[in-house]
Design a protein around this ligand. Structure first.
Ligand SMILES: [Zn+2]
Length: 289
């Protein structure tokens, strides 16, 4: 089997007694196969942590998108495409501010729930679809984003091709995803919290993300990490290392938050620890080739 990003060969790397990952020898992409790397806590279902923290995390992502709008667009009202909107926090926030927003999600329950929360006139742009197959008008969007989505995709190149088509010339794509090169994976090994989600297939690093985006025609313009992104990753990995697989109780939630503050301070001194990567990329237009 060859790397879907660069065509390189994979080698097996052993990161613990119950976890083998495949790593591309050329670009460093990590491939996760559930048969060889088990998701221990999948019975507890709540992979993403609590919804309040999720709102805070996504509020920071929204600030980043707001900065992108200020920096790259003269018009303040944008046409925005949210791929894998989940609970819909970002999508609803942009609608409230008067942007034109389309959203795609593969989970029918989320599509129904988010649609119910919106006024009728906004619902037609909330689409249930497999992410590899979504259909939106071509050349219509200023900004598209996938926040913790691309690691779930088995065919990322197909989705990026569709996103390239969907964006206007000069349009911007934002991707945030777990960092396969993070020191936190080397530190916590099979207890790395991002391995808890059984639907995480690929972990990218800056090299593999660069190749993927450039192959689709995009040009990367920033990799600045988002403050507080994956806030509890190290703390929850540490608790898992100590044998606490189900973090859904108040004492462990409190411990996780305290430890997370500490680890987020350590990230400032050791950026390699950062558990996620951010890529902001631009579709070529007549002025930026
Ligand atoms: Zn590769």
């Amino acid at each position: 089997m060859y790397c879907p990003i660069c065509g390189g060969k994979f080698k097996e790397i052993n990161i613990g007694k119950s976890c083998l990952l495949l790593k591309c020898k050329q670009c460093g992409l990590l491939k996760r196969d559930l048969d060889k790397c088990f998701a221990h806590a999948r019975a507890f279902q709540d992979f993403g942590g609590n919804s309040q923290l999720d709102k805070w995390r996504l509020a920071n992502v929204k600030l980043l998108v707001d900065r992108i709008i200020n920096k790259y667009f003269s018009n303040r009202k944008q046409s925005i495409l949210d791929i894998g909107f989940g609970r819909g926090f970002l999508l609803k926030a942009f609608i409230r501010e008067g942007h034109s927003v389309w959203g795609i999600d593969h989970d029918q329950r989320m599509v129904d729930k988010v649609s119910m929360d919106l006024e009728r006139s906004y619902r037609s742009n909330i689409i249930h679809s497999e992410l590899e197959k979504f259909e939106v008008p071509s050349g219509c969007f200023d900004i598209a984003y996938m926040v913790h989505v691309i690691e779930h995709l088995k065919n990322p190149s197909i989705v990026l091709g569709r996103l390239y088509e969907a964006l206007k010339p000069g349009g911007i794509l934002l991707i945030i995803t777990p960092n396969g090169d993070s020191a936190s994976l080397r530190l916590f090994k099979e207890n790395w919290w991002f391995l808890e989600d059984p639907t995480h297939y690929y972990f990218y690093n800056h090299t593999s993300m660069h190749i993927l985006l450039e192959s689709a025609g995009f040009k990367i313009i920033s990799r600045q990490p988002v403050l507080g992104e994956s806030f509890t990753l190290e703390a929850n990995s540490a608790l898992r290392w100590l044998g606490f697989y189900n973090l859904n109780n108040p004492t462990l939630t409190f411990s996780s938050l305290g430890l997370s503050l500490l680890f987020n301070l350590i990230r400032i001194a050791y950026p390699d620890l950062h558990p996620s990567i951010t890529a902001i990329a631009r579709k070529k237009d007549d002025n930026n080739h």
